[in-house]
Design a protein around this ligand. Structure first.
Ligand SMILES: Cc1ncc(COP(=O)(O)O)c(C=O)c1O
Length: 287
């Protein structure tokens, strides 16, 4: 299965759990999403599926991705863990392929208070199969037709999500407001996130590129402002994969991983707080 090397490990874990082998295709330097122009060269007769990730809340470039999947009869599975509420070509992420996989981990755009997730799918038959798999392979109590999992969404998390879901657009608009103000304030001193305008970016993360990452992060930390690196090591360089992928170089992912950093972004963040973070970064860079 083909996917991006610049994502959280869970994307590749899912491929391995399915008994398949991840094949990593490099990313677009502007959007950080899988580069559609490079996918076809990675397809072999053994390729079964393609998993684009809508990274940091920006939809992957789905029109060419869908076209290549149709041409080679690959199953298109969207990793929507970071893209709840994002849309591409007027359609929500999670409705663009055969399956969409969402995470409700607390940090996500729609987060619960523990762990939770959701799968969307276009086919009734697949939906039925997934319902059985999530409940220990059981449709009828104590009758097990396949080996499944305990992947039910528990009631407490569902109740929390039900309330928060009503306000998801408001939350995402808040994130977009914060992101746009950061970009206005930092555009001259860092490579700020690029919106490709093919979809709606919901800024799960606000991730910029800079050659002075360590200096910025140290200064932010001194002022007790959190920041993080998503992600410092592309998947083909992770210990778990490093020996199997030793001969592989993915220059864009490697470069982005060495220069990216993410700033605080959440719906309720005030313009004043955004200005304080931006000013602190400016001080770190230009004194
Ligand atoms: C891109 C991506 N895929 C998959 C996951 C896995 O989600 P979960 O931890 O809910 O299984 C995450 C987040 O944790 C993620 O960021």
């Amino acid at each position: 299965m083909i996917t991006t090397p610049f994502t959280f490990i869970a994307t590749a874990e899912a491929i391995c759990y399915a008994g398949a082998t991840p094949v990593f295709v490099d990313i677009d330097p502007k959007t950080f999403n899988i580069d559609p122009a490079l996918i076809e060269a990675a397809i072999t007769p053994r390729t079964k599926a393609l998993i684009p990730v809508h990274l940091f809340g920006q939809p992957a470039d789905m029109a060419p991705i869908k076209a290549v999947c149709d041409k080679h009869q690959l199953t298109l599975i969207e990793d929507c863990a970071q893209s709840f509420g994002a849309a591409a070509g007027g359609k929500m992420t999670g409705t663009l392929g055969a399956l969409g996989c969402f995470s409700f981990f607390p940090s996500k755009n729609l987060g619960c208070y523990g762990d939770g997730g959701l799968i969307t799918c276009a086919s009734e038959e697949l939906a039925e199969q997934i319902k059985v798999l999530r409940n220990h392979g059981s449709r009828v109590r104590y009758h097990h037709s396949v080996i499944g999992f305990n992947s039910r969404l528990d009631d407490i998390q569902a109740a929390i999500l039900r309330v928060k879901l009503r306000r998801i657009d408001e939350f995402n608009n808040g994130r977009r407001r914060v992101a746009h103000l950061y970009s206005e304030l930092l555009g001259d001193i860092a490579t700020v996130p690029y919106e490709d305008n093919k979809g709606v970016h919901v800024y799960h993360q606000y991730t910029l590129l800079t050659d002075r990452r360590d200096a910025i992060m140290a200064t932010l930390s001194e002022k007790q402002i959190s920041s993080a690196v998503y992600y410092p090591i592309p998947l083909h360089k992770q210990d778990v994969f490093a020996s199997a992928y030793a001969g592989i170089t993915l220059p864009v992912a490697e470069d982005v991983a060495s220069r990216c950093m993410s700033l605080p972004v959440y719906p309720e963040m005030t313009d004043e707080s955004v200005r304080l973070v931006a000013q602190t970064i400016r001080e770190a860079l230009v004194g």
